[in-house]
Design a binder for this molecule. Sequence first.
Ligand SMILES: O=C(O)CCC(=O)C(=O)O
Length: 250
Amino acid sequence: MQSKAVLVCKMLSKLEAVLVWGRKMQSKAVPVCVVLLRGWLTLDQQIEFVANIRELGMGNGGFYTPSYGDGARLSLQMMCLGKHWDPRSGKYEEVRTQYDGAAPPPMPLLFLQTAQAALGAAREADQQAGKGSMPDMRPEICLVNFYPPSGKLGMHQDKSESARSLQRGAPVLSLSIGDSADFHYSMDSREDMRARVVLESGDLLVFGGPARLLYHGVPTIHPKTAPPALVTRTGLRPGRLNLTFREFKD
Ligand SMILES: O=C(O)CCC(=O)C(=O)O
């Protein structure tokens, strides 16, 4: 299916653009390291993820509302798999020391295998675009965010992973499920340098290599944009799930 073309990175100065259409991953030229594959997760896969996330989210170490160091609460719910990421310290830890002491659930096989397949697809798209510069990564941690319709996440860099992992640009893999969201990104912290793309249910976004420290944030959720069949078949609450897979490497 050749649907909409997605322009990624159009406003970035150093990072060039990649155009990727639909599941076929036909991509157009230029250096990469940010890859967007529209609708990469099938509806059935999205449904399976929702069921798994619901079960994990209600259990020990499941969803909670995190806070920053100044006590301000994030406008989302979070669950960490593999290791706990603490927004207060910006560090990973084995248990939720600042919250309830619970250990994060290990990453289920489904998540690991999907992340590995996602990485393969992104690296292939990157290669087809003529570069082959997207590094490999080992998915060790998954952060699952649930954004209610009013949810958001400020601009930030993902840089709590090990220096080794960051230095080699081990990519972050992001999967979106549910309502669409505005995703802002830039290689530059200045506000006027930001570009925007709408992430939809099933989309896979990958940034690594020279783009590993991409500034990014989610200012807006678009209510009632989730695929109706996803909502009907899962009873997913209004809002958006996002999963980011990261390599930690001690
Ligand atoms: O929700 C998203 O698309 C991005 C999530 C994110 O930036 C994060 O978890 O660090």
